[in-house]
Design a protein around this ligand. Structure first.
Ligand SMILES: NC(=O)c1ccc[n+]([C@@H]2O[C@H](COP(=O)([O-])OP(=O)(O)OC[C@H]3O[C@@H](n4cnc5c(N)ncnc54)[C@H](OP(=O)(O)O)[C@@H]3O)[C@@H](O)[C@H]2O)c1
Length: 421
């Protein structure tokens, strides 16, 4: 059975989605059942990087949401209107929705979800927060046994990129922002990111899922990073902190505290190590404690991965009995192969004599095992420990050289051999 979908938009994210759907081999088998019927764009004559029939494209987006053959609408056009109107029409026509549009959901979620409830259709939003991190489904499904108490996240890549570079290089905010704009990590108008609006949309969405209550966007506290100076960055570092734009939602006895602020994070906290455009989200709950998810928070492939995950979920519900996401459909065994290459750590106990390190080096060299590090430690009496770390080498070469080293009269023992990541 094929499941027919229509896309509203095929820009950065839409193109990533189409690339996945038109190249399904090696991905989830359900993808082979998805058929792209129509794609709505602003300019149907624009050359597109994916090889679809030009007839697939239309500028008449209403015709897509009103097409009776289409079961799922993937909204990846962005903006509030006409995206809102089109989604409402599609829901009115009993179509399921997959969207990446956090700005729309954070502002008009109530009317969209109310209508969806009336029409008994799904509105899936994995891609709206955290890019490729599957955080929405984690909150909706996999942490369902927990009483969730808090969300702490770095959910805006642009600001994290700027703050990370300020920490690493000591550069000032405006210079690094200009650089981020040149590199495509920040928009020409960076307000939504820099002033925390984007992170507010996302934390409002996450908190509403985690705590099963609507969050009015106007009540989310917001502070951006424009005023974070090099002095604060340097002082925070000296005190053992890094400054990050943190989105936080915390269940307290009176309600939910929710906001976005630049915060000092202790260097040993898991979020402190999250650099560049990466996102990370820590969820606290009872009884699980704290779980942390990290990954690419935006970009074509990562966001498309989340959109398609939602599509798979809806397709699974629409397909025949025996839920394909819960059953195991494997039909054979994988071809498991031995590792061909690795980096190795080895400790040799040897006689402490001149030339021993040279002998080891010669044997490794003979078998093309190049060494990254060699040093000697813990001499005691006439015994020494020689530590070797190799470059990435063929396993067979390494083990043959170790076999030869074992024949050396100066070798007392191979103390340890471990692989290095
Ligand atoms: N980019 C990311 O990394 C990312 C990450 C997470 C979430 N998102 C969200 O994903 C959504 C899409 O983002 P994007 O970066 O893919 O946007 P984009 O590159 O600007 O693409 C927008 C697409 O929608 C079409 N479109 C826009 N307005 C239209 C209108 N009024 N009528 C007809 N077609 C219209 C455009 O048509 P043309 O091609 O003809 O111009 C284009 O194909 C947004 O809600 C965004 O917040 C994006």
């Amino acid at each position: 059975m094929s499941i027919k979908i229509g896309l509203l938009g095929m820009g950065t994210v839409g193109t990533g989605v189409v690339q996945i759907l038109t190249d399904p081999s090696g991905r989830h088998p359900l993808l082979q059942e998805i058929e792209i019927v129509r794609i709505g764009v602003r300019d149907a004559t624009k050359p597109r990087s994916v090889g679809l029939d030009p007839q697939t494209f239309t500028t008449d987006l209403a015709s897509i949401v009103n097409d009776p053959s289409i079961q799922i609408i993937v909204e990846v056009m962005g903006g509030l209107e006409p995206a809102r109107e089109l989604i409402l029409q599609a829901i009115g026509n009993n179509k399921h929705i997959v969207t990446a549009n956090k700005a729309l959901l954070a502002r008009h979620g109530e009317e969209i979800f109310e209508l969806a409830k009336r029409h008994q259709v799904y509105v899936m939003l994995e891609a709206s927060v955290g890019g490729g991190i599957p955080i929405v489904n984690v909150l909706k499904q996999f942490l369902g046994a927990n009483r969730l108490t808090g969300i702490l996240g770095i959910i805006n890549g642009t600001t994290n990129y700027i703050l990370s570079r300020m920490h690493q290089e000591g550069g000032n905010f405006s210079e690094i922002l200009a650089d981020a704009q040149r590199l495509g990590y920040a928009e020409a108008d960076p307000t939504a990111d820099i002033d925390g609006f984007d992170a507010c949309d996302k934390i409002a969405i996450l908190a509403s899922i985690a705590f099963s209550e609507r969050i009015p966007l106007s009540e989310v506290s917001r502070e951006g990073i424009r005023h974070v100076s090099t002095t604060e960055i340097a002082t925070a570092s000296r005190l053992g902190y890094v400054i990050k734009l943190i989105a936080r939602a915390q269940l307290v006895s009176q309600g939910i505290e929710i906001g976005v602020y630049p915060m000092l994070i202790p260097v040993e906290h898991p979020l402190a190590a999250i650099g560049g455009v990466t996102n990370a989200i820590a969820i606290s709950g009872e009884p699980i404690g704290e779980v942390v998810f990290a990954g690419p928070g935006a970009g074509q492939g990562a966001t498309a991965s989340a959109v398609v995950a939602d599509l798979i979920n809806v397709c699974a519900l629409l397909s025949s009995p025996g839920h394909p996401l819960l059953t195991c459909s494997h039909s054979g065994y994988a071809q498991v192969v031995a590792p061909r290459e690795n980096k190795f750590y080895a400790r040799f106990t040897t006689l402490d004599q001149p030339g021993v390190i040279g002998e080891l080096g010669t044997i490794f060299g003979r078998y093309s095992v190049s060494l990254e590090t060699v040093f000697q430690q813990n001499r005691s009496g006439d015994i020494a420990q020689v530590i070797v770390i190799t470059h990435r080498v063929r396993e067979i070469d390494f083990w043959q050289s170790v076999a030869k080293i074992k024949e050396l009269p100066t070798l007392q023992e191979v103390g340890a051999i471990l692989r290095v990541l």
